[in-house]
Design a protein. Structure first.
Length: 352
């Protein structure tokens, strides 16, 4: 089979790198749903988490570090579920070992490593794929369907709001509370999802970004509020993110030339064409829980498609690259007194 999968047979053999909550509650159940994939190994250095591996995946080989895993040549892919500070190095190492890479968001916490990762993936003919799963939440999938079918006309503005109370998140080892490990605060965490949603809704290349951030008292390394404006040709998107709210909620307003779409956590309201408003209700609010298996399954399908179909390879990496670039420019804008920063136009023949 000439598809670069490293094996002529299914299932594809994989390893989980890290066995925290997202691996246990979202990734492992996802792989178990598809007979084309199998998890044969896990890297987990924390003894208590390694014990959970043996409980939930007794047939898997368990390693305490990646060095031991990469000696194991009986693999086709890895699923990286470690904190963001480790992603770039781990993705790079796995590409150089000719392994496909499925990686939790953010793919990288800053854009500095993008060129090296792209080159390594292309040189090894392997897929690097970020878990951009919020597009597949039923309410966002319906929103994208309505926008792309032209129900509100060309999009002119997007406003996306994320409300979370203090202390949200943390992971199995509370790594989100460490700037060195997490790589950033709410912009890198919730912001990543909202950036690729804005890109998908606009369907266009961003021109530039400005940002203003807030920090907890005495803290300057991890923002708990972010107000980000992204400019497009003839349009703009604004992200309002906070970890200071009194409740959990996700909201959005997409305005087009012919109408609006209001996203209200568990329902969607379409007002367009001078007709009566139409409401779409969804059983689960966006703000409920952190692990959504039904949102993950389409992500896995996209990963498989890029592995077996070279014509689609790199699509997800481009989306993740733009998220990393926007975050990098947003942090720079904050440091430069919220100055609007533009993106250089790509050189001829360069990916945009």
């Amino acid at each position: 089979m000439e598809n670069g999968i490293g094996s002529t047979d299914f299932p594809l053999r994989g390893a989980l790198i890290g066995f925290g909550n997202v691996a246990l509650h979202a990734h492992l159940p996802m792989w178990r749903r598809d007979p084309r994939f199998r998890i044969d190994a896990v890297v987990e250095p924390v003894p208590e988490r390694a014990a959970l591996v043996r409980e939930h995946l007794p047939e898997a080989r368990v390693y305490s570090d990646m060095d031991a895993l990469l000696v194991d040549r009986c693999l086709d892919f890895v699923d990286i579920c470690t904190p963001p500070c480790f992603h770039a190095e781990q993705v790079l190492r796995c590409c150089r070992e000719s392994l496909h890479v499925f990686c939790e968001k953010p793919l990288v916490p800053s854009p500095a490593a993008l060129a090296e990762l792209r080159a390594a993936a292309e040189a090894s003919n392997r897929v690097v794929f970020s878990v951009n799963n919020w597009k597949y939440a039923p309410i966002w999938a319906k929103t994208l369907e309505l926008v792309h079918s032209g129900r509100i006309g060309p999009v002119r503005s997007i406003s996306l709001t994320v409300l979370r109370p203090p202390g949200s998140g943390g992971g199995a080892t509370e790594w989100r509370r460490s700037a060195a490990v997490a790589g950033g605060g709410i912009l890198l965490d919730h912001g990543w999802h909202n950036l690729y949603l804005a890109l998908a809704l606009m369907g266009a290349r961003p021109l530039g970004v400005s940002a203003r951030m807030g920090y907890p008292a005495g803290e300057t390394a991890m923002e708990d509020e972010a107000d980000v404006v992204i400019r497009f040709s003839g349009a703009a998107a604004r992200l309002n993110l906070t970890w200071r709210a009194d409740r959990r909620r996700n909201q959005g307003l997409i305005t087009g030339e012919k109408g609006t779409l209001s996203v209200n956590d568990d329902h969607l309201l379409l007002v367009a064409d001078g007709l009566e408003p139409k409401r779409y209700d969804f059983p689960q609010p966006l703000s409920v829980g952190s692990h959504h298996l039904d949102w993950m399954l389409p992500v896995m399908q996209g990963f498989f498609r890029e592995i077996v179909d070279p014509l689609h390879r790199g699509t997800n990496f481009e989306e993740a690259s733009w998220c990393a670039k926007l975050i990098g420019q947003a942090y720079r804008s904050q440091k430069e007194d919220s100055r609007f920063l533009t993106f250089e136009k790509p050189a001829e023949g360069e990916a945009s």
